[in-house]
Design a protein. Structure first.
Length: 272
């Protein structure tokens, strides 16, 4: 049975998940063991539901209730569905909801790396990447181009922050991911223990071409990306089995990390 609630009080406590701009606060929401996150747009909400995430409440522009979100409401059972006009929702959220739909959802406990990497052959590894747009784009490319999982160092931004979810088009729900318990270079030792050869994406002179056949022939390969500005730590590069670089022309020395990841995933995937 649908539980449609017309919004009359913008300060109502039940609307806090949609009005609170501190995503760290949502992560530590005491009412839910692992915190909550916000999924935005009907397509992304459906992807999250398909991936088993549990909805808490919906915030929809009024016209979406019997329109493009009718199926979502039915799937979500009797959770609260808060609604109002587009103007009221803009006042509530602080921005124009171009997609007309938000869903508060429960986070899940994160697995240990070994549990999601047991059968993986190609994985993306992110070291200290903070930019949420880059994280979302990397996840989208990894999922699209056949990588099996992503693992991040503890200081990376969270893939379930709203911007990352939006940029990834929901692939953060489809690609298995988690965090290492420690940063550089210890996490590379952990990857070696799990049977992975490690390839650092870095701007150095002692690199192998990304098209080197040895890379594609590796049974289990972890491709490691660093921050946009400083790249990977020297200790990480030194601990890797390969240092790889994408050939460039016209004096360009590098690509944005998200663009570089797409090239690497395409070249090193076992699916193409």
């Amino acid at each position: 049975m649908r539980n449609i609630i017309e919004i009359s009080d913008l300060s109502a406590p039940e609307l806090v998940p949609f009005t609170n701009t501190s995503e760290l606060t949502l992560m530590s929401c005491p009412e839910y063991e692992h915190g909550i996150f916000i999924a935005e747009s009907p397509k992304v909400i459906r992807t999250a539901l398909d991936s088993g995430y549990i909805p808490i409440s919906l915030l929809l522009e009024r016209k979406y209730i019997n329109g493009q979100c009718a199926d979502i409401i039915e799937r979500c059972g009797n959770i609260p569905v808060y609604t109002a006009s587009s103007q009221t929702l803009t006042e509530l959220t602080g921005f124009k909801m171009t997609q007309g739909a938000l869903c508060a959802m429960r986070r899940r406990a994160l697995p240990v790396p070994a549990s999601i990497l047991a059968g993986a052959e190609r994985i993306a590894v992110l070291e200290d990447v903070l930019n949420q747009t880059n994280i979302g784009a990397i996840f989208r490319s990894a999922a699209a181009l056949g990588f099996d999982a992503a693992v991040m160092t503890p200081s990376c931004s969270d893939p379930l922050f709203r911007r990352s979810i939006r940029v990834s088009m929901g692939t953060v729900f489809q690609l298995p991911w988690t965090y290492f318990s420690s940063g550089a270079p210890n996490y590379i030792n952990e990857l070696h223990d799990l049977g992975f050869s490690c390839a650092a994406m870095a701007l150095r002179n002692d690199t192998v071409d990304i098209r080197d056949p040895r890379l594609r022939s590796e049974k289990k390969l972890a491709v490691i990306f660093g921050t946009e500005g400083n790249g990977l730590k020297e200790s990480s590069v030194a601990a890797c089995d390969y240092t790889i670089k994408i050939p460039m022309m016209h004096g360009v020395d590098s690509l944005n990390v998200a663009a570089a990841s797409a090239v690497a995933f395409w070249e090193l995937s076992k699916n193409f």
